[in-house]
Design a protein around this ligand. Sequence first.
Ligand SMILES: Cc1ncc(COP(=O)(O)O)c(C=O)c1O
Length: 442
Amino acid sequence: MTPRDYPLDPYWMPFTANRAFKAGPRLFVGAKDMHYVTEDGRKVLDGTSGLWCVNAGHCRPKIVEAIQKQAAAMDYSPAFQMGHPGAFRVAERVAKLAPGDLNRVFYTNSGSEAVDTALKIALAYHRARGDGQRNVLVGRERGYHGAGFGGISVGGMPANRRAFGSLLPRVDHLAHTHNLEHNAFSRGQPAWGAHLADELESRIIPLHDASNIAAVIVEPMAGSAGVLIPPKGYLERLRAICDKHGLLLIFDEVITGFGRLGTCFAADAVGVVPDMITIAKGLTNGTVPMGAVIARQGLYDAIVNSAPPGTIELFHGYTYSGHPLATAAAEASLDLFEEEQLFRRAQELAPYFQEAVHSLREMPYVVDIRNMGMVAAIELEPRPGKPGERAFKTFLKCYENGALIRTTGDIIALSPPFIISKQQIDELMGTLGNALREVGRE
Ligand SMILES: Cc1ncc(COP(=O)(O)O)c(C=O)c1O
């Protein structure tokens, strides 16, 4: 390996143990299809689609060329009071893919911004209808909705909130649905747990009064907090309660959007139509930062039509909303998903992936394995007094031995690109199994 000609200190890395990383850095310098290449030239099988985003695999020529072409043709176009064709074309295609009458697309640059945007749209919608007292937002424990103040307020990951003061006021949280006693080793959606949605009606609505609640936001499948699979019937019940009391339902599909569960959206997989969907990640196959909110037409109409003609209707947006490079990447990604029928491929591969991951059940300290579509989690019993250490050591061993996995606490998450072959699934499980065995002996 050639010595690095740059220092590691100035870069303050996100969601990273900076000191440990800089003492033993792990750097990628290349990527192609199912693999990363490390700075010392090793190939690493990508078991996580980067960070749940590279659904079609890495450096796909169609996407690369579209970005290159767009960069040369028009680098930037102002997002406010000006437009460019790609932004309209992508919105049309996303609207067509979305369920029900979710057909209005507001661009952001990340999942975090998409979440904050959705929360703001929910508040603005109620206000536009003369219902402005509806400003309570309801999230869920162990929810991850990005790192903005809105997202961490409705989110339910204690470590992400601890250092940052009082956050948004008027937020409440549903209980999460993960329960090892009832649901361990479920294949697909667990049978137990739909009743947990009833807490919205039995506790949260009486506490705040329905007339004060704006929206409920959940990840249909919670990814970052450790792959929490929705119990059968749970999301349906949330929808029914929201409808009954006039609450908007937001699905955060930043991870589940674009095929992860074998359908374009998780909403399609469970047959529930929310009022808004937040997306990012897979929209551009991870290549150029881009997110969006897809809203029901009624939300758009209520906000837009309540403003005087000729005036700005929603005072919100970003310099890079609908950036030309991002829309070029999104168009090419959507083309590729379609041409290669990648959502269907994810669906067809899911049963094989399921059996492969459940084959790790007898590995040391495994207390649960769960999966849905092309996502799976292996939960380990924490080492006494050292939560997270066992999983992180497994992550490091896998990396040394040529596979990228992801960990949250003692939960290992797998979410490979949909182009993975069965042989590569076996390889991933083989490397992970060996790492679990080795770490289990320590
Ligand atoms: C469900 C969900 N929402 C929001 C986000 C935040 O997205 P970003 O990191 O692009 O801001 C993530 C990121 O993992 C996510 O999983």
